[in-house]
Design a protein around this ligand. Structure first.
Ligand code: F6P
Length: 195
């Protein structure tokens, strides 16, 4: 059975400051993760004839894939992080302070809440459909380097989690979630490569 490896990008400068969205580059820790990830992927996929590396179109995922060599890389706009619209670039505290109604509405229904001029989790789930169809079709392993909200949605699909849980699934930084689809169902392993 072919594995699908899911991971968030390495820590970004915005993760450090608690800012959402944006198109930041990696922090020093994020850079270190990119190296560790390449090492892991090389060892894990050594015996595979082919494999592919999928990223979003945002710098932090492309930079996280940078040190992985020998496999084709594909950039998907559909893998970009949830669009926070007018809140892009803000911290959760800033949203709470400047847009208390938006903050409260999201807290009340995180799955359906749509950022003004942005997206909801349901929007993200919908735009991931072509990615999922393509993932299902692959005969060889795929490494997906993406973002928190997007990976919650992808993981929920493969792990068969109910919709309402999607926005709350734990997808920590610097951790690889390996999903194996076999005849007996789906198996999962997690590898935490660093803090
Ligand atoms: O903080 C990192 C991040 O990827 C943001 O860019 C994004 O808005 C957020 O996580 C999604 O997580 P949540 O839905 O919990 O706010």
């Amino acid at each position: 059975p072919r594995p699908i490896l899911l991971t968030r990008h390495g820590e970004s400068h915005d993760n450090l400051r608690g800012r959402i969205g944006g198109d930041p580059i990696l922090s020093d820790a994020g850079e270190k993760y990119a190296l560790k990830l390449a090492d892991f992927v090389n060892k894990r996929l050594k015996t595979e004839r082919t494999a592919s590396i999928w990223t979003s179109t945002l710098q932090r995922t492309i930079l996280t894939a940078h040190h992985i060599v020998g496999f084709p890389k594909v950039q998907w706009r559909a893998l970009d992080e949830i669009n926070a619209g007018v809140c892009d670039g803000m911290t959760y505290d800033e949203i709470k302070e400047n847009m208390p109604d938006e903050y409260a509405a999201r807290k009340l229904d995180k799955l359906r809440y749509r950022y003004p001029r942005g997206e909801s989790y349901l929007d993200v789930i919908q735009r991931l459909e072509p990615v999922i169809i393509e993932l299902e079709r692959q005969r060889s392993p795929v490494v997906v380097i993406a973002h928190q909200a997007v990976l919650r949605a992808l993981y929920a699909y493969f792990a068969d989690k109910p919709l309402k849980e999607v926005p709350h699934i734990e997808v920590p930084l610097h951790t690889i979630i390996e999903i194996q689809m076999g005849v007996t169902g789906v198996q999962e392993k997690r590898y935490k490569l660093m803090e």
